[in-house]
Write a protein that binds this ligand. Structure first.
Ligand code: SAM
Length: 251
């Protein structure tokens, strides 16, 4: 059987496509793309005319057998999404899960990813982080989602669209008013901007300059401060203190 290559494509700047990605896109027999019209612009820019077929959330399950029959016939196939790394808030998971169960070769071609790019330049801790994908659009569901993450001590990361960025900041003003937040906007594009501050200061910056609400966002939130001593720790401290007092040690 052939190989499925999972190929990351640019999130804005076309120079970010790796030479390896360009070679593989030119060499495979077919490219499964989230939106073939959108990706035809990238392929035209690269001078590549590999045939494409669509693979999006509505036809992904049906496409598995078709794509697998190409692989079984010895063809190599590339999977791409509209921008960035496939499967990261993009189609491809159903296909990859199924082909892996069937024992096919699946090779990742690493490259642009908004989440990782944003974290790499934000200045928030990155040793551990939680990626929450897109927050729910309904206010009550958004509140619940944020409540669930509120006590986490690691950096929280969300994807956000321009229509909802102000709503998300309003929710943060209510639920995490003291946190440091970094907004990464239009990464790798002309108007790439990093804004940092409390939720309320960011909200007023966006309201003052509506251009700052345009484009695509990654929202990063500093984790909760480490929890105060757990009950267990304070009991241990109390036992120790009493023991020292009994011993007559001046504390
Ligand atoms: N697969 C993509 C990746 O690897 O990052 C993510 C696809 S997801 C459908 C689109 C979301 O990713 C946008 O709403 C935004 O939150 C984020 N995003 C994509 N490109 C971005 C960019 N250039 N700057 C900031 N955020 C971006």
């Amino acid at each position: 059987p052939g190989t499925l290559y999972v190929v990351a494509t640019p999130i804005g700047n076309l120079e970010d496509l790796s030479p390896r990605a360009a070679r593989v896109l030119a060499e495979v027999s077919r490219i499964a793309a989230e939106d073939t019209r959108h990706s035809s612009r990238l392929l035209a820019h690269l001078g590549i005319n590999t045939p494409m077929l669509s693979l999006h959330e509505h036809n992904e399950a049906r496409r598995v057998d078709t794509l697998d029959s190409y692989l079984m016939a010895g063809e190599n196939i590339a999977l791409i999404s509209d921008a960035g790394t496939p499967l990261i808030c993009d189609p491809g998971f159903v296909l990859v899960r199924e082909l892996r169960l069937r024992g096919r070769d699946i090779v990742p071609l690493p490259g642009p990813c908004a989440l990782i790019s944003a974290l790499s330049a934000a200045g928030l801790p990155t040793d551990r982080f939680t990626f929450g994908g897109f927050l729910p659009s309904k206010p009550s569901a958004r509140r619940q989602a944020l409540e669930k993450w509120q006590a986490r001590e690691e950096t929280l990361v969300f994807y956000e669209s321009p229509h909802r960025i102000e709503h998300t900041l309003e929710s943060l003003c209510e639920q995490m008013p003291e946190r440091a937040v970094v907004l990464a906007r239009e990464l790798t594009k002309t108007y790439e901007t990093f804004l940092q501050g409390s939720p309320s200061s960011l909200l007023s910056q966006l309201k003052q300059d509506p251009n700052q609400s345009r484009g695509e966002f990654v929202v990063m939130i500093a984790g909760a401060p480490p929890a105060v001593q757990s009950d267990e720790q304070s009991i241990t401290a109390e036992v120790l203190l009493n023991a020292l007092l009994r011993e007559g040690v001046g504390v």
